[in-house]
Design a protein around this ligand. Structure first.
Ligand SMILES: Cc1cc2nc3c(=O)[nH]c(=O)nc-3n(C[C@H](O)[C@H](O)[C@H](O)COP(=O)(O)O)c2cc1C
Length: 178
């Protein structure tokens, strides 16, 4: 028998995909939020899903604009990742607070984060209420990654981060072939 894990921590057994910084904007307001609960959903069309708590400012912006972007940070951005996951952008500008640089996206009216390693620009095509979160399904309209770090997958030297819980993260770095 394995050690029993309390159900409110059970999700932590599913090693989530990489942590992303979600950017959103609506009518002159912009925001950055840290998010671990993301998943690819379809290749054709290219769909991804994110679970965003209904109470978050980011939720309000995505629901109003129908757009979001996923920015993939490296470990050099861990302080900003932690900060953007602890404070709300409702009454402050997290770009200014963290020093992250907003840059124009190709297809959506949401800023991308220059310091991140890659980006997906998405338009919301479905949303579902899942408990205290909304699961937004986004169709990727454009995607980009740092030259040299991504061929048809992340290269070994691309360090991306995975949330373990609390303020703990794994940093990827070893590539194996199966
Ligand atoms: C590593 C990490 C992962 C997080 N993952 C999620 C997530 O998947 N979904 C979510 O709704 N909030 C998540 N959060 C919490 C939000 O980022 C946090 O509540 C944030 O302050 C909300 O900001 P906003 O009100 O500006 O939108 C996470 C926080 C951290 C630190």
């Amino acid at each position: 028998m394995k050690k029993e894990i309390p159900l409110d921590k059970a999700y932590r057994l599913l090693n989530p995909g990489c942590v992303v910084l979600v950017t959103a904007a609506y009518q002159g307001r912009r925001n950055v939020m840290t998010l671990a609960w993301q998943t690819p959903l379809s290749s054709r069309p290219p769909l991804v899903g994110i679970a965003v708590a209904v109470s978050h400012f980011t939720h309000e912006l995505i629901a109003a604009s129908g757009e979001f972007a996923l920015n993939i940070p490296g470990p050099n951005l861990l302080t900003a990742v932690q900060r953007c996951g602890k404070i709300s952008g409702r009454d402050r500008d997290k770009f200014e607070e963290t020093g992250l640089t907003p840059v124009q996206a190709r297809k959506v009216g949401v800023p991308l984060i220059a310091e991140c390693l890659g980006h997906l620009e998405c338009r919301v095509v479905e949303s579902y209420k899942t408990g205290d979160h909304t699961f937004f399904v986004g169709e990727a309209l454009a995607a980009g990654a740092e030259e040299g770090l991504f061929s048809d997958h992340w290269e070994e030297k691309a360090e991306i981060i995975h949330h373990l819980g609390g303020n703990w993260y794994f940093v990827s770095g070893r590539r194996e072939t199966g």
